[in-house]
Design a protein around this ligand. Structure first.
Ligand SMILES: *[C@@H]1O[C@H](CO)[C@@H](O)[C@H](O)[C@H]1NC(C)=O
Length: 323
């Protein structure tokens, strides 16, 4: 039923984009953990803004530290986006998101976008967990948030599994599923609808890259606005220290508890920590994964057609990525 090649194409393009945008992820994670559960003025500010954070990390640690967590980040991108993209494309190929004229039906694309996102982020969750641990780990001088002791992806996965079992590996997955479901639904649906609108209005020639680009930008902006609070919550839940015996989080008991604690100590602005980094990252990330995806898929499809002349025609590309 599902086509493996769609999953792989989606995953690969997200990985290509991930290599370029990972430093922004490191910076974002640090800023989101800075001043955790403390009100303004009651903590040392190591990272004044995105650009200062780049400088602080590069000078106190090393330039390479800006690529911390790259390995789990890429695995996460591969699984999470590959599954999300691929599943959505399959739903679309089956005509589940469109009406008889081939136009995208808004609410259906939202539902299938959300479902694809939930599955993708659930499967990718252990990688996101380890990514957060590795990215927050820093030199003592500029450390923020709980410092986990592992230093490699496999080391982290093994030690978490040994100490806390399968449940431990999926710790925090509810938060990231919420994050991705909301983000994915908004982005996929905005993208698909905006693209159908542009296609119809013929402002930009159909199937040109500009067309997809414009649609992706609108989607990206909407996503960043609504997703950042859930991004902060995910980072906090993934990074929190865990009780050795009970395996329970020591700071937050769940999503709502985390929301409540952030709201009462850090205030509403606490939910927007790392917002600039997210915005800076989402633009290039969305545009790059879309670009890679469009190009890789076009090449792959024409290659496939050459060898299987009877296979179905090339579909109009109408999906996108984030997170
Ligand atoms: C380390 O980070 C701090 C920010 O907290 C910064 O002021 C300082 O210049 C950085 N570099 C060194 C070498 O300490």
């Amino acid at each position: 039923m599902f086509k493996v090649d769609e999953f792989v194409l989606g995953g690969l393009s997200a990985c290509c984009a991930g290599v370029i945008t990972n430093p922004l992820e490191v910076v974002k994670t640090r800023i989101q953990l800075q001043g955790e559960l403390k009100s303004r003025g009651h903590y040392v500010v190591h990272y004044r803004n995105v650009f200062h954070a780049f400088y602080a990390i590069a000078s106190n640690e090393s330039v390479l530290a800006l690529q911390k967590g790259l390995v789990p980040a890429l695995w996460y991108q591969f699984f999470m986006n590959g599954i999300r993209f691929g599943a959505y494309q399959c739903f679309d190929n089956f005509g589940l998101t469109r009406n008889a004229n081939g136009d995208v039906i808004f609410h259906k694309s939202v539902v299938f976008g959300a479902a694809s996102g939930a599955v993708g982020s659930f499967i990718g969750s252990p990688f996101y967990l380890v990514k957060t641990h590795l990215q927050s780990r820093s030199s003592a001088h500029i450390a923020v948030g709980h410092q986990h002791s592992h230093s490699t992806m496999t080391g982290a996965l093994t030690s978490i599994y040994k100490n806390y079992g399968i449940i431990g590996l999926w710790r925090g997955c509810a938060a990231s599923m919420t994050r991705v479901t909301i983000g994915g639904a908004i982005q996929l649906s905005t993208f698909a609808s905006v693209k159908t609108f542009i296609d119809k209005s013929k402002i930009i020639p159909t199937d040109s890259f500009l067309n997809s680009l414009a649609a992706a930008m609108v989607g990206g902006l909407a996503v960043t606005l609504l997703m950042t609070p859930f991004d902060v919550i995910s980072t906090r839940l993934y990074n929190q220290p865990v009780d050795e015996k009970t395996g329970k989080g020591l700071k937050y008991s769940g999503i709502f508890n985390c929301m409540h604690k952030i709201a009462t100590t850090e205030g509403i602005l606490g939910f927007y920590k790392g917002w600039t980094a997210s915005l800076l990252r989402l633009g290039p990330h969305t545009v790059l994964s879309l670009l890679f995806w469009t190009e890789i898929r076009k090449k792959y499809m024409s290659f496939k057609q050459k060898f299987e002349p009877k296979s179905s025609q090339i579909n109009t590309i109408s999906r996108t990525t984030t997170t």
